[in-house]
Design a protein around this ligand. Structure first.
Ligand code: NAD
Length: 481
């Protein structure tokens, strides 16, 4: 079913999309293949609801966001099981990152609403922050509910209404959000759900004249297409795209921590994270020592059944993704890179499921394909550098600019390098992610920011109301010479 204007409705057509469990290679459910007709109904419902929602006092919107977050927390375990079965991320990590973190994101948005300057004066003009309108939210499969929360939370906080189109590979978790919104009492039409393919439902959303803004997370290739289509109706667009992020270890840093932290970042969610640190830049002088630490640590990473407890890695999301990742590994080795651990061969004992061996490759050429393109699998590319200037040049030497890491002996040294990196975020010495700070990229990693105050402001536009001098008190009146 689709969710439009506060009701579960049948789609216009009878097409369905099967949802597969990538560990079992078995179909576990299906969702409607939404069409342009369904998108039109959802866009109209969101438009009908817009003015009332935009005029709802923001403390009430804040309260509703908190209630949705509470409902998401309550259903967290069930949602984590759903995501584990459609994505293949092991349950424990799934519960923390994929099911409960979305609730924390909504709570953080609610908290940050206190700090928004909803109205302020510039001279005799009152500046009122207005929601940008009806938002089309298009999300990927790798952190499905998390990405949805990033968009929907910011948009609802700002006073926008939303038509959500989740990934066709992992659409089941989106229903958890709708159920939470219903439970919280979100007014009809404020949040609508259309499932479907990107080429049909996604494009219809981007083309629709009743949609004012598109918030897109996905691949750079699709992002380009979305930006092109959105330009016809001059929609505002924000883009959270791919990455090829570097982790730089400086001489003097704790090498054990740097290796462990970089491997954790790279292999998280089986390497299917946009902000993974997939290039490990190491001082050439320390190559021998660092490589022996890497071989040990990477060799300890285990594959396993995603339904089981533990910190192992699950399969990739699909057969297509497995084929793509193993092709990257084969081509890298054929063009001169060195294999340290793993490889393109199927892992032993995992005949069923789209598993790929955790793999580490050394590339002496920072411009090689494996060192430049987003692989989106458990593949770490180690690149030696000569000096810090060389490391910064290599780190900034891809078309992307999403994330980076610096490992240093002192915070000052780390900061100095961080300032030189063209990335939307930099982690110093493995600092944890902060859901209240802005997240987004430079270059082919996209534009626009999500999370916290910046993630709300993305959906706001200033309106100036100029006040007549006669109506202003003497103190406020401009001095006319
Ligand atoms: P994708 O681009 O294939 O699909 C993303 C979404 O776009 C899906 O909902 C899909 O149905 C839709 N879509 C596809 N074609 C469309 C079209 N022509 N018009 C409108 N919508 C369309 O990406 P994916 O494979 O789902 O996700 C993986 C990618 O997402 C990776 O490149 C990853 O780096 C990126 N990503 C980025 C971030 C970030 O915040 N920067 C976060 C997560 C994932």
């Amino acid at each position: 079913m689709l969710y439009i204007a506060g009701r579960w409705v049948f789609p216009h057509g009878d097409g369905v999309i099967a949802v597969e469990n990538p560990a079992a290679e078995a179909v576990i459910g299906s969702v409607p293949q939404g069409s342009a007709v369904d998108v039109d109904r959802a866009a109209l419902a969101a438009r009908d609801a817009f003015l009332d929602w935009a005029r709802t006092p923001w403390p009430r919107r804040q309260e509703l966001l908190r209630s949705i977050a509470a409902a998401l927390r309550e259903s967290g375990e069930k949602t984590a099981r759903t995501i584990t079965s459609e994505l293949g991320m092991p349950f424990d990590a799934c519960l923390a990152v994929q099911a409960l973190e979305p609730a924390s994101i909504l709570e953080a948005y609610a908290d940050e609403m206190d700090g928004i300057a909803w109205e302020h004066d510039i001279g005799w003009s009152r500046i009122v922050m207005e929601p940008v309108g009806v938002v089309g939210a298009i999300t990927p499969w790798n952190y499905p509910l998390y990405q949805i929360a990033c968009k929907v939370g910011g948009a609802l906080a700002a006073g926008c209404t939303v038509v959500l189109k989740p990934s066709e590979l992992t659409p089941l978790n989106a229903y958890a959000l709708i159920e939470a919104a219903e439970k919280a009492g979100l007014p009809p039409g404020v949040l609508n759900l259309i499932t479907g393919h990107g080429s049909e439902a996604g494009e219809a959303l981007v083309r629709h004249p009743g949609i004012d803004a598109i918030s897109f997370t996905g691949s750079t290739v699709t992002g380009r297409r979305v930006a092109e289509l959105a330009s016809v109706t001059l929609k505002r667009v924000s883009m959270e795209l791919g990455g090829k992020s570097a982790s730089i270890v400086l001489e003097g840093a704790d090498l054990d921590r740097a290796v462990a932290g970089t491997i954790r970042s790279c292999f998280r969610n089986s390497g299917q994270s946009c902000s993974s640190h997939t290039r490990f830049l190491i001082p050439r002088r320390l190559e021998g020592r660092i490589m022996s630490i890497i071989s040990g640590r990477a060799g300890e990473v285990q594959l396993g059944d995603p339904a089981a407890h533990g910190n192992h890695l699950g399969p990739l999301v699909s057969g297509i993704q497995r084929e793509r990742v193993t092709r990257y590994i084969r081509e890298a080795l054929a063009s001169g890179a060195t294999l340290v651990v793993g490889g393109a061969d199927p892992p032993t004992g995992f005949e069923r499921g789209y598993y790929v061996q955790p793999t580490v490759i050394v590339s002496l050429d920072p411009n090689a394909q494996i060192a430049q393109e987003e692989v989106f699998g458990p593949v770490l590319c180690v690149i030696p550098y000569d000096d810090v200037a060389d490391a910064v040049r290599i780190a900034n030497g891809t078309p992307y600019g999403l994330s980076a890491g610096v490992w240093s002996a002192t915070p000052e040294e780390g900061f100095e390098v961080a300032r030189l990196l063209r990335a939307g975020e930099v982690q110093l010495n493995g600092a944890p992610f902060n859901i209240r700070s802005p997240f987004g990229g430079f270059g082919l990693s996209g534009y626009g920011r999500e999370l916290g105050r910046y993630g709300i402001e993305e959906f706001l536009a200033p309106k100036a109301i100029h006040q007549s001098f006669a109506d202003l008190s003497h103190a406020d009146s401009p001095v006319i010479a």
